[in-house]
Write a protein that binds this ligand. Structure first.
Ligand code: GRF
Length: 195
């Protein structure tokens, strides 16, 4: 498999995936490598880490495209060279802050994953941590799922739970959840690769 990771910012989930793939020797165990990192933002911090690791990086600025469809077509054109008969592509969304078109989702159906910082199906969309605090949740967490046409839906692959503590702010809760994202996303991908 060729893994292509899509990011928009910090890329800490991408970095965790790269580190785990090296530590767990995904190349020899699964014939899988992280082939490229794609960002829709040129200044995404994660690009620096990927370059340092010798991973191919691409920037595709969504603002340069007139429509969502045009951007997604260009994104698919960028990804498809990594999709070969011997190495089918696995597209991993990791903090990629763009909604993808049905056509794109369909093209990579079953091999397109996302991580979402809530215990789905609760709190789809944005501001998940503040919403969990406002709702009085005692527990929060994160979810890895296959991407389908409906935003933040699709079969759940992995979840992790963390407590919501009395003095939590959205930021402190987000940090606690993020440490678990870094555990479950690589685990979910390794499990997909092993099938
Ligand atoms: C993560 O919390 C992810 O779940 C959310 O955006 C954040 C991205 O963090 N969708 P990073 O770019 O992986 O550091």
């Amino acid at each position: 498999k060729n893994i292509v990771i899509l990011i928009s910012g910090g890329g800490s989930n991408m970095a965790a995936m790269v580190k785990t793939s090296e530590r767990e020797r995904w190349q020899s165990r699964f014939g899988a490598r992280i082939a490229a990192v794609v960002s829709n933002k040129a200044d995404a911090k994660g690009l620096v880490f990927a370059k340092e690791r010798g991973i191919a990086t691409h920037v595709l600025d969504h603002k340069a495209f007139p429509t969502r469809e045009a951007f997604d077509d260009a994104l698919a054109a960028l990804i498809d060279p990594y999709n070969t008969p011997s190495h089918p592509v696995l597209v991993v969304l990791a903090g990629f802050m763009r909604i993808l078109t049905p056509g794109f989702v369909e093209r990579y159906a079953g091999r397109l994953t996302n991580i979402h910082p809530s215990l789905l199906p609760a709190f789809t969309g944005l501001h998940t941590h503040q919403r969990a605090i406002d709702a009085g949740c005692k527990y929060a967490g994160c979810t890895v799922h296959l991407v389908t046409g409906e935003l933040d839906h699709g079969p759940i692959l992995e979840q992790a739970v963390v407590p919501v503590l009395p003095n939590d702010t959205a930021d402190t809760l987000a940090a606690r959840v993020l440490t678990q994202e870094h555990v479950i996303y690589p685990r979910a991908i390794a499990s997909l690769l092993s099938k």
